[in-house]
Design a protein around this ligand. Structure first.
Ligand code: HEC
Ligand code: HEC
Ligand code: HEC
Ligand code: HEC
Length: 214
């Protein structure tokens, strides 16, 4: 009975095309009931616009003001393998978009050209410490996770061939231009309905064990 209901619900959602709405609704990224939410494009407008998007590289029609941090303190450790061009860089692509809210340097309601907002992200979701610019205490992002790195490291699955569990390989499902980003582990739209907006549940460290062969 439960399966039947699920199948019918999924069918209904895919026919009506409201998948994204139903995924994001009620999550931490549903700003629709905030007084500062856009009047019309309530579910998406804080982050995306259809016209006159920001000139943010690799950003999908981006509408939110960029982070104010010019250079972050990056992750480093004696065992982090910087081999074969796998250099860690300042956050790129979608990670930079996350940090536009999550490093706490830009107000949440600074979108669509507004720059005078006063509501900042709560401390429980702040990444980058008090100044917002310290990424040295977080899982490394914005570096290439290649087959060569896996071979050198010895404790990582081969990204081009190892299954992610999401339908394709790690490379296809979790990397962006071969790079690790925030969105390697998280789905900003809550596509998978897993707590902390994760792509793979981390019960029994399942998420970690997708890439780390430990
Ligand atoms: C909290 C910010 C945020 C909200 C709200 C949001 N998005 Fe996104 N969206 C992103 C980010 C960041 C990306 C960049 C790629 C990624 O991380 O998945 C993205 C990527 C996308 C993409 C391109 C990649 C893909 O997943 O297909 C589409 C299309 C998209 N969003 C549509 C929407 C729509 C439609 C809504 C509203 C129902 C919405 N988004 C709400 C942040 C947001
Ligand atoms: C427009 C601002 C904005 C953008 C852009 C944004 N977030 Fe968030 N995010 C928030 C807010 C606000 C919260 C809730 C914070 C709170 O209540 O403390 C949140 C919460 C979260 C949470 C916690 C979810 C939970 O259920 O506890 C995660 C994980 C997260 N965001 C990841 C991301 C990632 C990854 C990206 C980029 C792909 C991103 N966010 C982009 C504003 C944003
Ligand atoms: C390697 C996987 C991974 C990467 C990369 C990653 N996260 Fe997370 N994140 C997690 C896991 C797992 C949790 C939940 C458990 C925890 O808090 O440690 C989490 C928790 C969070 C939370 C707190 C949510 C809560 O409910 O307490 C936020 C906000 C968040 N991540 C945002 C980000 C942002 C922004 C980035 C990129 C700068 C990022 N994450 C990169 C795996 C990751
Ligand atoms: C999408 C793949 C992926 C996921 C998921 C992932 N990691 Fe990683 N992680 C990597 C890669 C690649 C490196 C870089 C390894 C290197 O170059 O030494 C790394 C680095 C690390 C490091 C630092 C290693 C060092 O030598 O400094 C730790 C610790 C770590 N990950 C723990 C975790 C934990 C815990 C989780 C689960 C919450 C997790 N990772 C999830 C891919 C991933």
């Amino acid at each position: 009975m439960k399966t039947k209901f699920t199948i019918i619900t999924v069918l209904f959602l895919s026919i009506t095309g409201i998948n994204c709405f139903s995924q994001i609704a009620g999550t931490a990224h549903d700003f629709s009931s905030e007084t500062w939410a856009p009047a019309e494009n309530k579910m998406c407008g804080v982050c995306h616009t259809t016209h006159n998007a920001m000139n943010e590289p690799s950003a999908p029609l981006w509408n939110h003001e960029s982070t104010a941090v010019a250079g972050y303190t990056l992750y480093s450790s004696p065992t982090f393998d910087n081999h074969g061009g796998t250099t860690i860089t300042d956050p790129s692509a979608s990670s930079k978009l996350c940090l536009s809210c999550h490093d706490g340097t830009v107000a949440l309601e600074n979108f669509g050209g507004v720059t005078t907002g006063t509501t900042y992200i709560g401390s429980g979701s702040l990444i980058g410490g008090a100044g917002g610019d310290d990424l040295s205490k977080d899982h490394p992002i914005s570096f290439e996770y290649t087959d060569a790195l896996a071979a050198t490291d010895g404790g990582l699955f081969t990204p081009s061939s190892a299954a992610s569990g999401l339908g394709g390989s790690i490379q296809e499902d979790m990397l962006f231009n071969n790079k690790m980003e925030c969105a390697s582990c998280h789905d900003v739209h809550n596509k998978y309905s897993i707590s902390h907006l994760l792509k793979i549940s981390n019960v029994n460290s399942e998420l970690c064990l997708t890439c780390h062969n430990k």
